[in-house]
Design a binder for this molecule. Sequence first.
Ligand SMILES: O=C(O)COP(=O)(O)O
Length: 218
Amino acid sequence: MTVRSAFFDLDGTLVDSLADLADAVNHMLSSLDRPALPLAEVRLLIGKGAHNLVRRALKSDDEHIVQQGLARFLEYNHGHIVDKSRLYPGAREALESLVDNGITLAAISNKNEALSRLILGELGIAPLFEVICGGNSFAEMKPSPLPLLKTLERLDISATEAVMAGDSINDIQAGRRAGITTIGCCWGYGAPEELRQADYRADSCSDVSRIILTGKSP
Ligand SMILES: O=C(O)COP(=O)(O)O
């Protein structure tokens, strides 16, 4: 495969953000007099954006309450975006080696765009990305292929020239629907069966860059 651009998911792929997301969820729950959720439960709620996360954490379909919770969650997460969040081992090096090899990078998250830009900026890797988009950047979020298709358009490349790396079914389905080769990242928040349909599977960030640069599974 001749790859010109690598698309990356954020939470659970480049950034281990679970502890900060759980703190924001539990701040929101406690402000609404609800009991806290353990980390393991919050982990299962990540992947389809903040509205979905808050709705499921509150176990409520009452949109008024969900909006209240969402505002509190987002405000807290904005103020505590990298208290505990860290890049996964080898993430920076993998991204740098791709850039050094002439591959452009895009971050395509279901986190909202402002928070995506903030976390990548705070972790010092935002300048590596040509494109950063989030769950509110387009009319649909992953698993819709739309954010990936828009990014192809923006970079003026075809689907066969891109790769999508991510840890969840949302990333793999979005990639498949866009006609983009997918790499399932096994260290994140997705269950192993979510990555079954990925074209490649990687056990580390350096596996991802190796697959992209050599076209071979490690
Ligand atoms: O915020 C989420 O729900 C997940 O974000 P991600 O797409 O970067 O994994």
